[in-house]
Design a protein around this ligand. Structure first.
Ligand code: 3PG
Length: 210
């Protein structure tokens, strides 16, 4: 699991966290990000059309790694498996999700925000986590503190990450990549400005490094 997640997360410094409001936006938006150089995408289950959107993106962008995010229950985990998720992302974690994830062929990046939550995931055998909400939960300082007792745990921080602080996170030895919604700003999505989104992705792909 750890190896699988590493091979996905290390492909991209930045993972766009995408919420699809209009099904017809799904493919052009994902393609713009992909063509801009961000080949790992997280699509959240926050809208009614999310599963259909993921299926369409899966079918049209075979080179992309698709994470399904905002998975709250094992039932949603199963739906994500069925639409071809490469990995699962959760905002927090429950025992039910941890147990389901251990058995699933699709690896999970569980969300944690505190050292106790990290220890729970660790006990279940997880070594890679989403740190969420990163900025509100102590940010770079918290991740530095986590590395003292558990240096082998590596993170994808999300929540409050932007062009201004992404590199601060990526410079930490226990950060694999960062995630965020800033690559799909509402104004560009509403205007269907896919060139603008491709350009944002291109800038992020060029600018940020481990
Ligand atoms: C997530 O689920 O990762 C967040 O919604 C992304 O957070 P952001 O909107 O602050 O980037």
């Amino acid at each position: 699991r750890t190896t699988e997640l590493d091979s996905i997360c290390l492909k991209a410094e930045v993972i766009p966290v995408i919420t699809i409001n209009r099904l017809e936006d799904a493919v052009p938006m994902a393609r713009a990000l992909y063509e801009g150089g961000l080949t790992v995408l997280e699509i959240t289950l926050r809208t009614d059309c999310a599963l259909d959107a993921i299926e369409r993106i899966r079918a049209s962008l075979s080179g992309a790694s698709i994470g399904v995010g905002t998975v709250l229950t094992p039932a949603q985990y199963r739906q994500a498996e069925q639409v071809g998720a490469d990995f699962i992302v959760t905002p927090g974690a429950t025992d039910a999700l941890y147990r389901y994830g251990v058995e699933s062929p699709v690896p999970m990046l569980p969300g944690i925000a505190t050292i106790s939550e990290l220890m729970t995931g660790w006990q279940y055998g997880y070594r890679r986590f989403k740190f969420f909400p990163a900025e509100a939960s102590g940010g770079v300082k918290a991740l530095k503190a986590f590395s003292a007792p558990i240096p082998e745990a590596h993170f994808c921080p999300t929540g409050g990450i932007s062009v201004d602080n992404a590199q601060d996170y990526l410079s930490l030895p226990n950060v694999m990549c960062v995630g965020g919604s800033w690559l799909t700003p509402k104004a560009l999505v509403d205007a269907e400005d896919w060139n603008g989104i491709r350009e944002l992705a291109r800038q992020a792909a060029e600018r940020f490094h481990h």
